[in-house]
Design a protein around this ligand. Structure first.
Ligand code: 3UK
Length: 546
């Protein structure tokens, strides 16, 4: 291992035992990183040094007014914050810094500053409550936090009861004592900490729906690898692209898509604090955005609204977070002319590993293992499944899962046998003879009814083709006779009524489009579906709904 730049080795000391590390492969020249590497320096300082300084990097609305900052300006700001962190707060390399804000320019500057200073960023989703924050602060033993003033209440609540968290600075308001005030007099140049390529720089907590949150540790090298895989081979951005979208920067889907990818390619990004399908469309129109990152549910809603907007600037759309139903893909294509790029990624893997270019799309498939990654589907004994057979998805590439001090490492990374070092994402997939992967369900979400294995998302995909269905979620409901029955929770489009005849109509519709035994024996009409901040359906909540 290359000599660490970390004085505080808390994170390194809590990496899994080496025998449980994922095996890594670096399959093309762009992935051969130097042994010493600071990813923020690479994404920011180097882009300025190579002539991008005067180009726009971040567009945003600040106090309702259009705001834009260049690579040079963000570099200066990040450097000043880095001085506050290492000078005023006296943080030592390797210390963890909690970051908390909606997507805005200061959040981006803080992330880069933390990484430049050789610290470890612990970004958190804006909607997290004090109890969840506390778990994260304890687990990562966080000593300092940079927080948007508007999230102060929950931050202060979390702070009482977290003795390790000694220093909290607020930004985006606050006057005296605020981060802005402290950075104002600082030099705009900063000596980046000369970190090892495998020094940790980020702990991304999983948006797990149940149980204790898991912290996934990522190295400087991993951040660059995420930029050099999916974007390079599937998205193919240029420096003229303008990125936009909804995922929080605290979610690695958003960190990549809305900050690191644009920077890696000298492009620019629109950071918006609160986006609905409507305001995302308005933003694309106003900012002439060319690339959009969001979740399937947004694309479905945007398809219905697109006609009211001028979306001619938009060229490419990326969907991730949960399976993209083909019905949604087709609706969005009819509305915008754009073939969505689907991609499965995971916090553990940092970003997308199976995806496709718009030209190489295959209906119903997430895509193929992107260059740099390998993927396979395995059975219970760990042997590869034949094409067409459903099994567990296993992946390997330049990134992999390393949980911070967590027994569950053994569940994600295979530690013995032929597949040693492969990552198990917890998804059930099948592969066709050409290497395309078809999502079925989360392995623990498969519905077993009267001996049949039924994947909820397949039933959802069928229901979504019915003209009355706006959104739906399908789960198993306990049943004495069959073990489980298929239950569909359906949101109808305006103008349709959820009653007995409608339920029967939907049941008949499913029977006609997929194998009859998969039809929902129970149909519940609901006003909306429970989702996480990352756009994922909370199936456990649907199961609880009587
Ligand atoms: C599911 C998908 C089908 C799948 C993520 C892109 O979602 C991300 O990370 P999470 O840790 O969740 C991972 C799990 O989400 N999933 C994600 N994308 C798809 N299922 N089709 C898809 N396209 O169960 C996976 O195991 O929250 C996505 C980039 C970075 C990310 N962190």
């Amino acid at each position: 291992m290359e000599a660490t730049a970390h004085i505080d080795t808390f994170v390194r000391d809590r990496l899994p035992p080496k025998s449980q590390w994922p095996k890594l492969v670096f399959e093309f020249p762009e992935l051969q990183y130097p042994r010493r590497l600071n990813c923020a320096a690479e994404l920011l300082d180097r882009m300025v040094a190579t002539g991008h300084g005067g180009r726009a990097l971040i567009h945003a609305l600040v106090d309702g007014k259009a705001y834009s900052c260049t690579y040079e300006a963000l570099l200066a700001r990040a450097n000043q914050i880095a001085h506050v962190l290492s000078g005023d707060l006296k943080l030592r390399t390797g210390n963890r810094v909690l970051l908390r804000a909606p997507n805005n320019p200061m959040m981006a500057a803080c992330w880069l500053a933390v990484v430049k200073a050789g610290l470890v960023a612990v970004p958190t989703m804006p909607l997290l409550r004090a109890t969840e924050l506390k778990q994260i602060i304890d687990k990562a033993r966080v000593g300092a936090a940079l927080c948007d003033l508007r999230l102060k209440d929950e931050m202060e609540l979390a702070r009482t009861g977290c003795p390790d968290l000694k220093q909290v600075l607020y930004f985006n308001g606050g006057g005296a004592g605020s981060l802005e005030q402290m950075l104002a007099a600082k030099p705009t140049a900063f000596d980046n900490v000369d970190t090892a390529a495998d020094d940790p720089c980020l702990i991304a907590f999983t948006s797990g729906t149940t149980g204790r949150p898991k912290g996934t540790v990522h190295f400087h090298r991993d951040v660059l690898a995420m930029c050099d895989c999916f974007p390079r081979s599937c998205l193919k951005p240029t420096q003229n692209d303008i990125f936009c979208g909804t995922p929080p920067l605290a979610f690695t889907f958003g960190l990549g898509g809305l900050l690191c990818f644009p920077m890696r390619f000298g492009a620019s990004t629109v950071l918006m604090e609160r986006l609905s399908p409507d305001s995302l469309l308005a933003t694309i129109q106003k900012m002439k955005a060319t690339i959009c990152f969001t979740a399937p549910t947004y694309y479905r809603q945007m398809a219905g609204l697109a006609a009211s907007y001028d979306l001619r600037s938009l060229k490419k759309c990326v969907s991730a977070g949960e399976a993209l139903p083909d019905a949604t893909r087709q609706l969005f294509k009819q509305a915008s002319g754009i073939e969505i790029i689907d991609g499965i990624g995971a916090t553990e893997m940092i970003h997308i590993f199976i995806s496709h270019t718009p030209e190489r799309v295959r209906r119903g498939a997430t895509g193929y293992a992107i260059p740099g990654y390998r993927a396979t589907v395995i059975d219970e004994t760990g042997k590869p499944c034949a094409p067409g057979v459903v099994g567990r998805l296993a992946v390997m590439g330049p990134t992999g899962c390393r949980y911070l001090a967590d027994q569950r490492q053994k569940d994600y990374v295979v530690s013995a046998g032929a597949l040693r070092g492969w990552n198990l994402t917890g998804d059930a997939y099948r592969m066709d003879a050409d290497g395309y992967f078809y999502y079925q369900a989360r392995t623990d979400d498969m519905i077993i009814s009267a001996g049949y294995n039924i994947a909820g998302p397949e039933v959802e995909a069928s229901l979504l083709q019915h003209p009355a269905v706006a959104e739906c979620g399908v789960v198993g409901e306990p049943d004495v006779e069959r073990g489980q029955i298929v239950k569909a929770c359906v949101v109808l489009k305006p103008g349709y009524t959820g009653n007995e005849p409608m339920a029967r109509e939907l049941q008949e519709f499913v029977k006609k489009t997929i194998a009859a035994y998969k039809y929902p024996r129970s149909v519940k009409f609901v006003d909306s579906l429970p989702r996480t901040e990352t756009g994922k359906l909370q199936r456990f909540k649907l199961r609880q709904m009587g």
